[in-house]
Design a protein around this ligand. Structure first.
Ligand code: SF4
Length: 685
């Protein structure tokens, strides 16, 4: 039998690498390079290379499952759909909540958003962007008028100075890491700011090892040094920004003298001085950040501070510059664009805007209307409502998410999900969340569907079907439509293909209005905004003006605040969490990949050698890590790459789940949890 090759897009990180799936006898058996993608040029990281390994895992869900007497029993689709439709119909508007997914396609997310607002008539829809870049969406929209990465991935190679803060790019977005190396090879300086000397930090020209959570203090300090030396870009500020005097009066306070900043952050004064000079004088500096910036109770402040620094130095709207928020999951940008959020329809059209509400209500034509034009609950708030306001939320429909590993304070999450009257999970594997469900529905993975995803750089790319789904598994959008039809909404969910959904979505979504499958079906695809069929797409935002009503960026005074829970005598260490190169988020896919699991078969806690010595802990020893929320047993990894007083645990591993320890403290605007800073202690077992 001959091999065939189907070009598609990687299901893991937001870089959006293209590769071929190799198909033999109707089954995906491997991956092969696809050379024409301008982003990855035929290269992939280990996750992409082995992304075929989970597809045909024997663990795949192949039939609907209904829980009877505490045990799952196989069911037909007719039985499952009938039960779900009957139960769903018993709930009133806003008693149901929906978690959509950054792992599925734009079309799947659009279908789920329409289902939530049109069938459930609920305001409560969200997805895991809440846990990674909700601060970016809120923060950048507030200062630039658009909450997305401003420049393109290719563009990073043109930078003269790359400032990476709170992003282990080389492990979590490795093919973006290659662009940093290209910039460096062309003479750019690389500045790395993180509590850990990660593989990214090892490539840096200057490493600022700071305490997690002190971002605003450090960024304000750099801005003070820049203004003191007259290195700010006066012309850019004058022409293109508001709020400079407010910003200046804040950052020039004595609190942000480099001496004070050094005390708070732990970074030497000389290194801060060098960073400020390189940053301001390069001619083209790009900021790259990820969850180290966003996952804090000050996440929105942190994001705005990155924007302040770029406006102050005029590093926006040009190649090699920008605020480059590196989105986590492959389609987290797209899931946000599709309105899988509690405050917007597609393309950030606000639900509280009566004109937007009417537009969607009229277009969809639900005879009994759609959810009220009011903001709903974020996923983190849903969990609090479930535990604190019994009876307000009664039902949840979760597609392709696993909050029982990904969300903060897992004991709290478990308590919340167990209080539901009815829980439906739709996924490709049974996971730690779906075991709590009443009904589990078997869905399809990226290799089994056509559709689109939107990468971190706003590039809308194609997925292409390479094999049939296993057993009775169905497409995500098809399952949503089947439930809707069983509830009497035949006409609104009559799509026959993903392309039909895309066409409907684009007709309601200004930034996607000029896109169709024909235009997307080429290696470079299109970056949104792409408002007309003739528009070439927009790789760089804010070239002439910002997306604010007056076209100007908004510089904002941000004062430094510490995180919610600081180390103390009882819990003396600062815990930060993150990911590693071999695994992806809650591990449902990568831990079923033989090659990836072999490289890193379980979790660990990183401890600085001085701390380990004081505690009498040896490398490789099993220890207890304890916070005020819970405790886990985990292997100690003693390493001088972590700052003294700080510990790090990757969050992929259920057997030593970092989120047993993390705190459910939220940014007041973005409602993102503080996954990057809480207090812990460790004990020998
Ligand atoms: Fe996939 Fe990201 Fe690796 Fe590219 S860098 S192959 S998108 S995981």
């Amino acid at each position: 039998m001959e091999l065939s090759y189907v070009q598609t897009t990687c299901p893991y990180c937001g870089t959006g690498c293209s590769f071929n799936l190799v198909v033999k006898d109707g089954k995906v058996v491997g991956t092969a390079p696809y050379q024409r993608s301008p982003v990855n040029e035929g290269k992939v990281c280990p996750k992409g290379l082995y992304s075929h390994e989970f597809i045909n895992s024997p663990d795949r869900l192949t039939t609907p499952l209904i829980k009877k007497d505490g045990k799952f029993v196989e069911a037909t689709w007719d039985e499952a759909l009938k039960l779900i439709a009957e139960k769903f119909k018993t709930f009133k508007p806003d008693e149901c909540a929906v978690l959509s997914s950054a792992r599925v396609s734009n079309e799947d997310n659009y279908a789920m958003m329409k289902f939530a607002r049109g069938v459930f008539k609920t305001r409560h829809i969200d997805h895991c962007a809440r846990l990674c870049h909700a601060s970016t969406v809120a923060g950048l929209a507030n200062i630039f008028g658009s909450g997305a990465m401003t420049n393109s991935i290719l563009d990073i190679a043109q930078s003269k100075c790359v400032f990476v803060i709170g992003s282990n790019t080389f492990e979590n977005h490795p093919l973006i890491g290659r662009k940093i190396m290209t910039a460096k090879a062309n003479g750019a300086k690389v500045i790395y700011v993180d509590p850990r000397k990660t593989p990214t930090g090892k490539q840096a020209d200057l490493f600022l090892q700071f305490y997690s959570g002190t971002d605003v203090c450090l960024l304000n300090g750099l801005m003070q040094e820049i203004i003191k030396n007259g290195w700010e870009n006066k012309e850019f500020i004058e022409k293109r920004c508001n709020g400079y005097e407010d910003l200046k009066s804040e950052v020039m306070k004595p609190d942000y003298s480099l001496e004070n900043v050094s005390t708070v952050t732990g970074v030497p004064v000389e290194d801060l001085k060098t960073a400020a000079e390189w940053y301001a004088k390069s001619g083209a500096t790009a900021i790259l950040y990820s969850m180290g910036i966003t996952q804090h109770t000050t996440g929105v402040d942190n994001v705005k501070s990155c924007g302040n620094l770029q406006m102050l130095t005029g590093n926006l709207g040009r190649p090699g510059t920008g605020v480059n928020a590196l989105r986590g999951q492959n389609n987290v940008q797209g899931a946000c664009d599709m309105g899988a959020l509690p405050v917007v329809y597609t393309a950030y059209q606000k639900v509280i805007d009566p004109a937007a509400h009417k537009k969607f209500e009229d277009a969809w034509g639900f005879p009994d209307g759609i959810a009220e034009g009011k903001n709903g609950y974020e996923v983190t708030v849903m969990m609090d409502v479930l535990t604190d306001k019994p009876g307000e939320l009664k039902c949840m429909y979760i597609m392709g998410e696993n909050p029982m590993i990904s969300d903060p304070d897992l004991t709290h999450v478990e308590h919340a999900l167990k209080s539901l009257d009815f829980l439906v999970c739709q996924d490709i594997f049974m996971n730690e969340t779906s075991v709590l469900a009443d009904v589990v529905l078997p869905a399809t993975c990226f290799a089994e569907k056509d559709g689109t995803q939107t990468s971190t750089e706003r590039r809308v790319q194609m997925w292409r079907k390479a094999q049939d789904p296993p057993g009775e598994a169905r497409l995500d959008w098809q399952i949503i439509a089947d439930i809707a039809k069983a509830m009497g909404y035949e006409k609104q969910f009559a799509w026959k293909s993903a392309e039909e959904i895309f066409t409907e979505m684009a007709s309601l979504t200004p930034s996607y209005a000029g896109m169709n499958y024909e235009r997307l079906n080429k290696p470079e695809a299109l970056h949104w905004p792409c408002p007309t069929k003739e528009h070439p797409g927009t790789p760089i935002l804010h070239g002439e003006k910002f997306g604010m009503p007056d076209g100007k960026g908004l510089m904002t005074a941000i004062s430094f605040k510490y995180q919610t829970e600081r180390p103390d005598a009882e819990y003396p260490f600062l815990l930060t969490t993150g990911r590693c190169i071999w695994h992806w988020h809650t591990g449902t896919m990568t831990r079923r990949s033989e090659n990836l699991e072999r490289e890193e078969p379980t979790g660990w806690v990183e401890i600085n050698p001085e701390d380990a010595k004081a505690l009498g802990i040896r490398n490789g020893e099993m220890i207890k890590a304890i916070s005020r929320r819970g405790e886990i047993q985990i292997t100690a990894r003693v390493t001088d790459t972590i700052k003294k007083g700080v510990m790090f645990i990757p969050f992929h591993f259920v057997e030593c789940a970092a989120n047993m320890l993390t705190i459910n403290a939220l940014d007041p605007i973005a409602k993102i949890p503080e996954s990057k800073a809480c207090a812990v202690k460790v004990e020998k077992i």
